[in-house]
Design a protein around this ligand. Structure first.
Ligand SMILES: Nc1ncnc2c1ncn2[C@@H]1O[C@H](COP(=O)(O)OP(=O)(O)OP(=O)(O)O)[C@@H](O)[C@H]1O
Length: 257
């Protein structure tokens, strides 16, 4: 398991931004999804130690989250104030030195940033800014990176480049994507859906894999997903099949958003 969040609560100005939130994320690529105001930013702020929770506990790879060293955890925030005149290559190199593993050349190559290596942040397009910020979280290959809305303001090519890097590095760097929209990454390992500071759903392992297929509904309210034998058994037992519909992760999310 990558991350275990237990009973996490945080109130801001009497609003329960997170209200007793418990969920788990697996190693690999995971999503923390939720509409605006669901508590995503509050969660990522807690993870980066910008704010403290009122109560609860988060463990990453079995350790209290605050025990992770700077080289073990990376962040790319959606809204970042960045020194305008620092060059892309120089910045990534400096981050590598701070993290004790300067693999900035590899990161520039993976995220295809060669063209803007000598450019300053203020000279970058919105898409390149986002790609650069996401790339900076991966410098030094931390154990986990939290990416806040990594796909906002990026075109399809940049999105594809980022996804390919996430997939390529998935066994080295665990990726947690925090977003209000679901972007279909080739294969994700877990996700949690938040709404109004609460957990609406937490899909992992077989539950997540079972999301692509079909759902059979019976007249007594029984629902069977992806199990033909069970459906036959229920029909033979006298239950009436009402409908069979395709299910997908997208439709699961649509029903709950
Ligand atoms: N500093 C604050 N003061 C007052 N209320 C806050 C503060 N921070 C968060 N909130 C409230 O807590 C709730 C959760 O906010 P949060 O920013 O974590 O949600 P979010 O899911 O990141 O939303 P968005 O997608 O719009 O960024 C919202 O109702 C928000 O108004």
């Amino acid at each position: 398991m990558l991350l275990e969040c237990s009973n996490l609560s945080k109130s801001c100005d009497n609003v329960k931004a997170l209200d007793g939130v418990s969920f788990a994320l697996d190693k690999g690529i995971s999503f923390i999804l939720g509409p605006n105001g669901s508590g995503k930013t509050t969660f990522i702020k807690i993870m980066s130690n910008l704010i403290k929770p009122d109560s609860g506990d988060v463990r990453i790879l079995g350790r209290p989250y605050l025990d992770l060293k700077p080289g073990e955890i990376g962040f790319a925030f959606e809204k970042t104030v960045f020194p305008r005149f620092v060059k892309v290559g120089d910045y990534l190199h400096a981050v590598g030195e701070i993290r004790g593993n300067d693999n900035s050349d590899e990161i520039i190559s993976l995220f295809q940033l060669e063209k803007v290596r000598e450019k300053r942040f203020s000279e970058l397009s919105q898409g390149y800014k986002r790609r650069f910020l996401v790339a900076s979280a991966f410098v030094g290959f931390p154990k986990v990176v939290f990416l806040d809305e990594p796909f906002s303001n990026v075109d399809i090519t940049a999105r594809k480049i980022m996804m390919e890097v996430f997939m390529e590095l998935r066994h080295r760097v665990n990726v947690v994507i925090v977003s209000h929209v679901f972007t279909n990454v080739e294969r994700i390992d877990s996700l949690v859906l938040l709404r109004s500071g609460r957990v609406i759903g937490n899909l992992r392992g077989d539950d997540l894999r079972g999301m692509n297929g079909f759902r059979a509904s019976f007249d007594d309210g029984t629902v069977v997903i992806n199990d033909v034998e069970k459906i036959n058994e229920l029909i033979l037992g006298g239950k009436r099949l009402v409908s069979i519909e395709p299910v997908s992760l997208e439709s699961w999310l649509m029903e709950r958003f």
